[in-house]
Design a protein around this ligand. Structure first.
Ligand SMILES: [Fe+2]
Length: 444
């Protein structure tokens, strides 16, 4: 199917408008700050998004000349969570006049971004960006690469914004976290043995990242899985039972982390005067008991062990989410496109909502919130499917992370764009990375 140019331009503009809106949430004086120590300062990301699009589609794809080689080099490589490499902090800094750490003035970033946007939109409208057999442009790969890259970054920007002091953020008018909701029951669901599709042939869908290819399926034995994500209320039982002080629940390297960093509770929780609070995007709220708990995979594994359970594998998640007695589906709820009744995703909220509040998004087996309201940790290390080949438009996207230190997350969070909600999409992070909108559920 040929590229729908107008749809691509509309998506690009939608991405750019949303990115601008996200940067506009912040006070000007945050621009050179670094909300997460291992990440670049905020200025980097405002240049990186258009810079990556320009570099990938216009320079590498179409072979056109630079706008500004110094800025293109400065903004080339994001060290964001889906690209996390501990220790790589700041390695792409370059010289510049009069700004902290040598970063350019904001006007200079905007002028570069405007020219990059102009050339990208012009190319999407008029140039030969869909060329069979071209390494980067076959099936318009570079077009979808830049579109999904920006959408994914919007979520990673929000992880960073989340860490900034409330006084440095402008809360949108009328926004209030939806803290209400009853704590859902502790139901377990039997999933029968069957086959789970994990990967897809490149030519069988419009676009996927290299780690989704080629076709791959797995036999899954019968297993049990919780109907709901682990809530703050249930996780609090583990905290109050001394879970963070007992090495028997933790893998050795995770226990070292707990001790070294004095980890005593989820990063999103804050104790005050004997009570627990949740650090939301714009508000500190009394810990909402029914919200899914957001934790690192290390903490999820410890909780599951304490409960006498484990995390699901990637294949089990896939079977629970997309399997059905009559074959696999596009979404847990079936073939209907994603909408707000099915789950909390596509920037529907700045914070989670109660687990179990979107039963219309349940899978064929009745498992709820599999897509939306927080990514879900699995026990499966991030790795390639047999026959993997790095994609020409972004060769380091996956291959740099097949190191056994990253694990797969599936599903989506409130800050995951609807365009990324496809069954084969895979996300990954380090096991002790605590900043992401990620929850979990138990399996046995
Ligand atoms: Fe990036």
């Amino acid at each position: 199917m040929p590229l729908d140019r107008l749809a691509a331009v509309a998506w690009y503009r939608r991405n750019r408008a949303r990115s601008r809106a996200l940067f506009d949430l912040l006070d000007e004086d945050t621009y050179y700050s670094r909300p997460i120590a291992l990440r670049h300062p905020i200025v980097f990301y405002e240049g990186h998004l258009p810079g990556f699009s320009f570099n990938t589609l216009i320079k590498k794809g179409l072979g056109r000349p630079s706008i500004d080689p110094r800025l293109e080099a400065l903004f080339a490589r994001g060290i964001d969570p889906h690209e996390s490499t501990v220790g790589a902090d700041g390695s792409s800094r370059a010289g510049g006049a009069g700004r902290p750490d040598g970063w350019p003035a904001r006007d200079e970033v905007h002028a570069f971004a405007d020219e990059a946007d102009r050339q990208v939109i012009d190319a999407l409208l008029k140039d030969d960006v869909d060329q069979a057999g071209h390494p980067l442009l076959d099936r318009a790969e570079a077009v979808f690469t830049i579109l999904e890259h920006e959408a994914m970054h919007q979520e990673t920007l929000l992880y960073m914004w989340h860490r900034l002091p409330f006084a440095q953020k402008r809360k949108p008018a009328g926004y209030q976290p939806r803290v209400e909701g009853a704590i859902p029951g502790d139901d377990w669901i039997e999933i029968p043995a069957g086959c789970a599709t994990l990967g897809v042939a490149r030519n069988a869908h419009v676009f996927g990242w290299d780690n989704e290819h080629p076709a791959m399926s797995a036999e899954v034995q019968a297993f049990r899985i919780a109907r709901h994500d682990v809530t703050n209320a249930r996780y609090l039982e583990f905290v109050e039972a001394g879970g963070y002080r007992d090495p028997q629940w933790w893998r050795p390297e995770d226990w070292s982390w707990v001790q070294r960093d004095a980890v005593a509770h989820p990063l999103f929780w804050e104790p005050d005067g004997g009570r627990w609070y949740w650090r939301g995007m714009f508000d500190l709220v009394s810990l909402p008991p029914a919200w899914p708990v957001y934790v690192s995979q290390a903490e999820a594994v410890a909780y599951a062990r304490w409960r006498g359970a484990r995390l699901p594998t990637e294949a089990e998640f896939q079977r629970a989410a997309y399997g059905s007695p009559g074959g696999e589906r596009t979404h847990p709820w079936g073939e209907a496109p994603p909408d707000g009744a099915r789950g909390v995703f596509d920037f529907a909220s700045w914070d989670p909502e109660a687990a179990g509040s979107h039963p219309k998004g349940a899978s064929a087996w009745g498992v709820e919130d599999l897509v939306g309201n927080g990514w879900e940790w699995t026990s499966t290390p991030f790795g390639p499917f047999p026959g993997f080949a790095a994609m020409a438009s972004y060769p380091e996207y996956s291959a740099d992370f097949f190191d056994g230190e990253h694990v797969i997350m599936k599903g989506a969070s409130m800050a995951t764009a609807k365009e990324l909600l496809r069954p084969t999409f895979r996300n990954w992070f380090r096991v002790r990375y605590p900043y992401v909108y990620a929850t979990f559920r138990c399996a046995t």
